[in-house]
Design a protein around this ligand. Structure first.
Ligand code: 0O2
Length: 250
């Protein structure tokens, strides 16, 4: 190997090591946040005998997806720029039963001293035009490594089971139609998002009513006709249950 080839090889190895350290820091940041969420879930369950978190998923963005976002955002391809501009390289998705649980979990997380909230988008209070709903938090967490402490950003998405059901179907449709979904389907999706949000309101109402009755099992909760009409059909409940189970086992 010539001297130039050796230098080039050393250079490439340096780039590879830098990239590995870069991605590892996000994996560690993700682990830190997941530990916090699991502790909250277990402690809350133990003290209140109630679990506000249905399930938790996490992922590191793939290199292709990072490159895609770099070009979409016109971000210079340098690690410090990518770190500053691409804030969802590490992502956690928390699915809750009820909308009120989403804000409860949010409070418990942002109240932690070593977790800094750097951005928040509330697509529940203000859904996207297509109907998408979720609460997005961008947080910064310190990661203690052998020779340094690095602040890592992690995106946390919080949503209900109904919002998650809608978002995963919409995501599939979006990619199936290569991002140009026919108008009819767009309108149907929008309507389905409204139904999902009605379902969330109704489930919350039932949940509150059950809590108020103290749960001695003998109470019958009477619902008005409008409330009964808002209840999901048997098929919808079955599909949601199946989708949740599949995601849990996957
Ligand atoms: P993936 O594979 O899920 O990570 P920004 O990061 O602020 O510059 P961005 O990425 O548009 O801009 O931010 P936003 O709106 O907070 O959305 C980030 C993530 O939310 C997306 O990540 C999706 O996971 C989810 N999301 C946002 N809008 C929609 C939507 O309309 N439908 C569905 N199904 N999901 C949505 P990625 O990077 O797109 O993909």
């Amino acid at each position: 190997m010539s001297l130039e080839e050796l230098q080039e090889f050393d250079g490439l190895r340096g780039v590879r090591d830098q990239l590995t350290r870069f991605m590892m820091s996000y994996k560690f940041g993700l682990d830190e946040v997941l530990t916090k969420i699991n502790i909250l879930r277990d402690e809350f369950n133990y003290i209140h005998e109630y679990n506000p978190i249905e399930h938790i998923n996490s992922r590191l963005k793939s290199p292709d997806s990072i490159l895609d976002k770099i070009s979409r955002k016109n971000c210079p391809p340098e690690l410090d720029q990518i770190k500053a501009q691409i804030l969802d390289i590490a992502g956690v998705r928390i699915t809750c039963s009820f909308v009120s649980d989403i804000y409860k979990v949010r409070q418990m997380l942002v109240g932690q001293a070593d977790l800094t909230l750097i951005a928040e988008r509330d697509y529940i209070a203000d859904p996207k035009p297509n109907g998408y709903q979720s609460l997005h938090l961008i947080v910064k967490v310190p990661v203690f490594m052998s020779d340094r402490v690095e602040d890592v950003t992690v995106e946390i998405q919080l949503r209900t089971i109904a919002m998650d059901f809608w978002a995963s179907l919409e995501h599939k449709i979006y990619y199936k139609y290569n991002k140009s979904v026919p108008d009819g389907l767009v309108a149907e999706l929008k309507k389905a998002a409204e139904v999902a949000s009605q379902l969330d309101r109704q489930m919350e109402h039932l949940h509150t009513a059950v809590l108020r009755h103290g749960g001695d099992g003998d109470e019958v909760i009477l619902m008005d006709q409008e409330a009964v009409e808002l209840l999901p059909s048997r098929e919808m409940l079955r599909a949601m249950l199946q989708s949740t189970r599949m995601r849990r086992s996957g």
